[in-house]
Design a protein around this ligand. Structure first.
Ligand code: ARG
Length: 219
C-alpha cells in the first residue's frame, strides 16, 4: 500500500475548522451540562418524591438510550414539536448537553453525598437555611471533590462529539470524512483525525493531572 498524505497540503485547513468545532461544542455542552446536571442532582437528593422521580427518569432515559439515537430524536423531532427549524449546531449542542447533563448529575450527586454530614449540620446550626448551606457550604466542596471526574467527562464528550458528524455538524470526524469523499483517499484522513483526537485528549488529561495536583496541595 502506498501511503499518501499529500492531501494535507490542500485540506489541512479542514482539520483546523474541525478542531475548532469539536472543542467549541464540547466545551459549551459540558458547561451547560454542569448547570443542568447540578440542578438534576439536587432534584435527585430532594425530600420530595416527585422531584426525585423526575430526576431519576431523566437520568435513566438518557443513560438507557444511545447518544446517536438521542441525536436523531432531537434533530428530526424537535423541529416537529417546536414548529421551526433549530439548525444543526443547536441540535448537536442540545443533544450533547442533555446527554452529558445526565452523567454529570450522577457525578454531582456522588460528590454531594461524599461531603461529611457534619458540614450541613454545622451550617444549619449557624442559622443557615438548607438552600444557603447547600450553595455556600456543600456544593463548593462537592465541586472540588468531583473536579477530576468532570475533567474525565469533558474528555468523554470530546470523543463522543464525533457522533455529531452524522447530522452534518462539521467537527473533526466530519472533516476527515469530507476529505475522504473529496480525495478518494480513505484511511489516511481518518488516521490524521485519530492522531489529532489523541493529541487533544492527551494534552487535556496532562492539564487535568496538573490541576488535580494543585488542588491536592492547596488542601
Ligand atoms: N457511547 C455512549 C452512548 O452512546 C456515550 C455516552 C456519553 N457519555 C457521557 N459521559 N456523556 O450512549
Amino acid at each position: 500500500y502506498h501511503w499518501d498524505f499529500s492531501f494535507l497540503n490542500d485540506y489541512g485547513s479542514y482539520y483546523w475548522t474541525g478542531i475548532k468545532k469539536t472543542l467549541e461544542v464540547s466545551l459549551l455542552a459540558v458547561l451547560s451540562g454542569l448547570v443542568l446536571g447540578t440542578l438534576v442532582s439536587l432534584l435527585r437528593l430532594s425530600g420530595l418524591w416527585l422531584l426525585r422521580f423526575i430526576g431519576t427518569v431523566y437520568v435513566e432515559i438518557v443513560r438507557g438510550t444511545p447518544l446517536l439515537v438521542q441525536l436523531f430524536l432531537f434533530y428530526y423531532g424537535l423541529p416537529i414539536f417546536l414548529g421551526f427549524d433549530i439548525g444543526i449546531f443547536t441540535a448537536a449542542y442540545l443533544t450533547l448537553t442533555v446527554n452529558s447533563g445526565a452523567y454529570i448529575a450522577e457525578i454531582m450527586r456522588a460528590g454531594i453525598q461524599a461531603v461529611d454530614k457534619g458540614q450541613m449540620e454545622a451550617a444549619r446550626s449557624l442559622g443557615m437555611s438548607k438552600g444557603l448551606a447547600m450553595r455556600q457550604i456543600i456544593l463548593p466542596q462537592a465541586f472540588k471533590n468531583v473536579l477530576p471526574a468532570l475533567g474525565n467527562e469533558f474528555v468523554v464528550v470530546v470523543k463522543e462529539s464525533s457522533v455529531l458528524s452524522v447530522i452534518g455538524y462539521a467537527e473533526l470526524t466530519y472533516q476527515a470524512n469530507a476529505i475522504r469523499g473529496a480525495t478518494y483517499i480513505s484511511i489516511e484522513p481518518m488516521l490524521i483525525s485519530a492522531l489529532i483526537y489523541f493529541v487533544l485528549i492527551f494534552t487535556l488529561s496532562k492539564l487535568l493531572g496538573i490541576g488535580e495536583r494543585r488542588l491536592k496541595t492547596s488542601d
